[in-house]
Ligand binder design. Structure first.
Ligand code: EPS
Length: 371
């Protein structure tokens, strides 16, 4: 007998400054009865911190998730899940980033206002928009440090997706225009020596998604639009491709689409598993392009916000490149969007209802479960 589910909205809100006390996320819309594995979440947090070319900051931080609500004995309760990641570096910024007016003399980092915005960062636009005299009030939140808690939320989404046989993984395709690991390292070393930075390209693949996630009904419901927004929402991402993306524009239709074969499966996957904004049962394939990071040790030209005088942009400890970190963050973002689409489609207050709706749907469309 078919199970009719009512869609549930999976939502997340995050907060936290790069050198503030902590990063937090509140996740609502999870079913009750989902088992979470603390090590799996911490493993993804650790993966995000790895990678050639990362800032010395990563030696200070050892990100670990704390759960302060919504979980009992490792099992979700169906109530909002609250995740916290402490910033260990905060102790060096305790005065400068104190949430309340600090006591005593100014000590540590972040005590002098930053008035020379970095081109490519949110510094200038943020200062103008919010009326900040100290661009630290912008850059602390605009920083990619915030992606740590998104990875934690993504790890929760991955746990839910695994229940319906969906696996999401990511890899680096290019760093600084180079396509092999040895060359990435050489390019990163050369950029570091020149006090410069690099960008790159990553790819995320989700296997096992059933046909029918997302919808063509409205532009905001299209899964490709949602994935593009999720990836563009990651710091320093400037381009997104779904499937063969831009290359499709240079081909004829006969070479651009995926013919339907036996059992409704495809021999090619140029569409990247999404047609009309809806998953078609093939792997979902997306790529994201990251610009070179905007904090250069050889600063770019800028202007002092206070004096109006030309100057050189802020030089702060930073990464030479963070493309491997982007892969992990993008994996989390894609998992999040797929989990959101799955919650809309299969609903259920308890995990068993969600799984029942998924199984009944696969039965209706006669689709084999990959999981
Ligand atoms: C970032 C600047 C650097 C990076 C940071 C992102 O911060 P800091 O100046 O403290 O070294 O290390 O990334 C992280 C801290 C992180 O955990 O990913 C930026 O400006 O975006």
């Amino acid at each position: 007998m078919a199970v009719y589910a009512c869609g549930v909205a999976l939502e997340v809100k995050t907060a936290g400054e790069s050198h503030g006390p902590a990063l937090v996320a509140i996740v609502s819309g999870l079913p009750a009865g989902l088992l979470l594995d603390r090590d799996a979440i911490d493993h993804d947090l650790n993966r995000r911190q790895q990678g050639y070319g990362r800032s010395p900051r990563q030696r200070l931080e050892q990100d670990r998730v704390e759960v302060v609500a919504g979980l009992r004995h490792g099992c979700t309760l169906g109530s909002p899940l609250a995740l916290v990641i402490r910033n260990r570096d905060h102790e060096n910024w305790a005065w400068g980033m104190s949430p309340w007016p600090p006591e005593g003399d100014a000590t540590g980092k972040g005590t002098t206002p930053v008035t020379l915005p970095r081109p490519g960062h949110a510094d200038l636009a943020g200062a103008l928009k919010y009326g900040h005299d100290d661009t630290r009030n912008t850059l602390e939140r605009a920083s990619a440090r915030q992606t740590a808690v998104q990875v934690a939320a993504g790890a929760v989404a991955k746990a839910l997706l695994r229940e319906i046989g969906v696996e999401v993984s990511a890899r680096v395709l290019e760093v600084g225009g180079e396509a092999s690991e040895d060359e990435w390292q050489r390019a990163t070393d050369a950029a570091r020596a020149d006090r410069d930075t690099l960008g790159g390209v990553i790819e995320v693949v989700a296997e096992g998604a059933p046909p029918g996630l997302g919808s063509y009904a409205e532009k905001e419901t299209r899964l490709d639009a949602r994935l593009a927004a999720a990836l563009m929402g990651i710091q320093a991402v400037k381009g997104v491709e779904i499937g063969e993306g831009f290359a499709l524009a240079r081909r004829r239709g006969s070479e651009a689409h995926d013919e339907v074969g036996d059992d409704r499966r495809r021999e090619t996957n140029r569409a990247g598993g999404i047609e009309g904004g809806v998953t078609n049962g093939e792997p979902v394939v997306v790529r994201a392009a990251m610009k070179p990071l905007p904090t250069l040790m050889r600063p770019l030209r800028s202007v002092d916000l206070e004096s109006g005088e030309p100057g050189e942009a802020l030089v702060e400890r930073s990464d030479v490149q963070a493309v491997e970190a982007l892969a992990v963050v993008a994996e989390a973002a894609v998992a999040w969007e797929l989990a959101r689409a799955a919650r809309e489609k299969f609903g259920g207050d308890a995990l068993i209802d969600f799984l029942g709706a998924h199984a009944a749907y696969l039965e209706r469309i006669r689709w084999r479960h990959n999981g």
